[in-house]
Design a protein around this ligand. Structure first.
Ligand SMILES: [Fe+2]
Length: 171
């Protein structure tokens, strides 16, 4: 415990961290809305609904955990991220993700398209958390690293579930 080394992060790393945290926050919010949308469009069977509800609940818990991390990082003397930058990025990302969904689903989507869109969304989340995990290792902040690692694990699980549902729908 003696050598409390300074983290090797630079200003650019902090900018990257703010951006990536904002992006995952926006994606988690969009994911929750996407499930509601797919249910409203009747694109999910009852079995799918149970699984997607679970994904939605976890997205909600990820959002809360991320907000905790963001608040903690804003108060971390060495890191001091800008909450406003994170929030602006989150809003922008949520808007973009919702637009992508509308474009992807179009006027009259079928069940496969709905489930494939969910795969796309979860794949996007996995990609962003993979990158955030690398960035998080540059900072001397255990809560950040642990939270990102545990969410990434669950996101990989979400992608697997969505892929299973998409395959099941046509078999
Ligand atoms: Fe997810």
């Amino acid at each position: 415990m003696s050598n409390s080394k300074k983290s090797g992060s630079t200003k650019a790393d902090i900018k990257n961290l703010e951006k990536k945290l904002g992006e995952v926050l926006g994606l988690e919010r969009a994911a929750q809305k996407a499930v509601d949308e797919l249910v409203a469009m009747k694109l999910l069977d009852s079995g799918d609904k149970d699984e997607t509800k679970e994904i939605q609940d976890e997205a909600n818990s990820h959002e809360e955990k991320l907000l905790e991390v963001v608040n903690q990082l804003a108060n971390d003397e060495e890191i001091k991220i800008n909450i406003e930058t994170v929030n602006d990025t989150a809003k922008e990302t949520e808007k973009k993700a919702t637009k992508i969904m509308k474009t992807y689903l179009g006027e009259n989507p079928d069940k496969s398209e709905g489930l494939e869109f969910l795969c796309l969304a979860e794949g996007g989340e996995v990609a962003h958390y993979e990158v955030l995990e690398v960035i998080s290792k540059k900072f001397n902040n255990r809560k950040l690293r642990n939270t990102v690692r545990s969410i990434l694990r669950q996101e990989r699980g979400h992608l697997t579930i969505c892929l299973d549902m998409a395959r099941e729908a046509v078999s």
